[in-house]
Design a protein around this ligand. Structure first.
Ligand SMILES: Cc1cc2nc3c(=O)[nH]c(=O)nc-3n(C[C@H](O)[C@H](O)[C@H](O)COP(=O)(O)OP(=O)(O)OC[C@H]3O[C@@H](n4cnc5c(N)ncnc54)[C@H](O)[C@@H]3O)c2cc1C
Length: 404
């Protein structure tokens, strides 16, 4: 990862847009705003750790799917898939922008009871209506198509390969940062400690070194830390840092074809990653953790995850663990979906938070959406209003059944 230039000085005392957090979401907002021909202002991105080492972005599995149960999430990922595939064109055909690698291996959800089967079937109907060609397969078809899978206890699978798989998000992020800088966006190292509020608007941000910077619009792109800055705005973001483990392993036997991202009924998910395999899981007790807690529970691999994997794919009896890491989801405890849009009262303060494990793939649509709110005061290309924070006040959850 190319570190963000580590100056702590800003060129100006005042900016039209200040983005707090310079990882995937902050960089997306910076690029989409700076590259919009209707925007002529100054943009500052403040990032406390320019190495991004502990950000969710650096710990991700980089997967993208269309198999959601909510129309908005499907449309968001459809745009992302198109954006990834046509990245060079979207980046002004810059010869220095590479094609983004996008391995379309597909996602396969497995269900072992009638309730979950019906959910998959219902989701498929919605996906088909939006031109995502998901297939529902019974155990017989599954074992023909994926002969390495044990489907003895499986009733139904839901599979789609069109625009689902994994992509090179880090190259995308680096291009957004580099190109945003070329358009004059400033990236500084700094930690925002305080937001100054005057007449229901944020007037300035204050950094930990005491610097005060005036801001026209402010974007909260601080990942799992999002609630910290929001505290003194009389609005609580229901977001917690929740740990997720990733285990990377090699298998002695090769499978027939690339393994799609398989979501086992237990919640364990595994996919091929080049000639290795990448598996993800939540801790047994899924609770809020400290921001610096990245310890990996290797026992979980031995006692729980590996047995589940070998039950599902017997070839995984012979594997070698290559690497493992923990990362933090910005987990929205209200409805496990992104919170996008202006603060209910402080209308120059925008949230792009609470992605609960699918923010990487949502970054193009969210970057574009927030830039439209800043520039046009409304969504132009894709309406993201159903993700607005207003739903928290109205206590109306954004319903999405397909959460991984
Ligand atoms: C293990 C794991 C697997 C995942 N897999 C997928 C996947 O397959 N597909 C998918 O779409 N998503 C996935 N995600 C989710 C995805 O990685 C995140 O949703 C996305 O990276 C969020 O980006 P972000 O910019 O909002 O947050 P972050 O990447 O966490 O960045 C926030 C940044 O804000 C900075 N910051 C915080 N507070 C301040 C402050 N006060 N001042 C200045 N800077 C500050 C932090 O230093 C950090 O760099 C996964 C996440 C994890 C942990």
């Amino acid at each position: 990862m190319q570190p963000i230039k580590t100056t702590e000085e800003t060129k100006h005392l005042s900016y039209d847009v200040v983005i707090i957090g310079g990882a995937m979401i902050g960089a997306a907002v910076a690029w989409f705003t700076a590259s919009n021909p209707d925007f002529a202002g100054k943009i500052l991105v403040v990032e406390k750790d320019p190495s991004l080492e502990f950000s969710s972005t650096s710990r991700t599995n980089s997967s993208i799917r269309q198999q959601f149960s909510n129309k908005t999430n499907i449309l968001i990922s459809q745009f992302s898939a198109q954006y990834i595939s046509e990245f060079k064109q979207y980046m002004e055909n810059d010869p220095n922008v590479p094609t983004i690698s996008f391995r379309k291996i597909g996602y396969l959800y497995l269900a072992n009871n009638h309730i979950d089967c019906n959910i998959l079937k219902k989701n498929q109907q919605l996906q088909l209506s939006l031109n995502t060609p998901t297939s529902i397969m019974n155990a017989e078809i599954l074992s023909e198509k994926f002969p390495y899978l044990n489907v003895a206890d499986i009733l139904t699978g839901s599979f789609n390969q069109h625009n689902e798989g994994y992509f090179d998000a880090m190259t995308m992020l680096n291009c957004w940062i580099r190109k945003a800088k070329e358009k004059g966006v400033e990236f500084i190292k700094g930690e925002v400690k305080k937001l100054e509020i005057k007449s229901k608007q944020i007037s300035a941000i204050v950094l930990s070194n005491g610097s005060r910077i005036q801001a026209g619009n402010i974007v909260n792109a601080t990942g799992p830390r999002a609630p910290i800055l929001t505290k003194n705005t009389h609005f609580n973001l229901p977001i917690e840092a929740r740990k997720r483990f990733t285990f990377l392993f090699k298998c002695a036997t090769s499978l027939a074809g690339e393994l799609p991202l398989v979501i086992d009924p237990s919640g364990v998910h595994v996919r091929s990653d080049g000639n290795q395999f990448l598996c993800g899981f939540a801790p047994d007790i899924d609770k809020e953790v400290a921001f610096d807690d990245f310890t990996v529970d290797y026992q979980l691999w031995e006692t729980k995850i590996w047995p589940i994997l070998t039950h599902r794919i017997p070839a995984f009896e012979k594997v070698k663990l290559v690497n493992a890491w923990a990362g933090h989801y910005a987990f929205n405890t209200f409805d496990q979906n992104a919170i996008i849009g202006p603060h209910p009262e402080i209308t120059n303060f925008f949230f792009a938070n609470g992605f609960s494990g699918h923010g990487l793939q949502q970054s193009p649509a969210v970057g574009r959406g927030i830039s439209e709110l800043i520039i046009h005061n409304k969504y132009i290309n894709l309406d993201l209003k159903s993700l607005s924070p207003i739903r928290l006040i109205e206590k109306k959850p954004f319903l999405e059944r397909a959460i991984i």
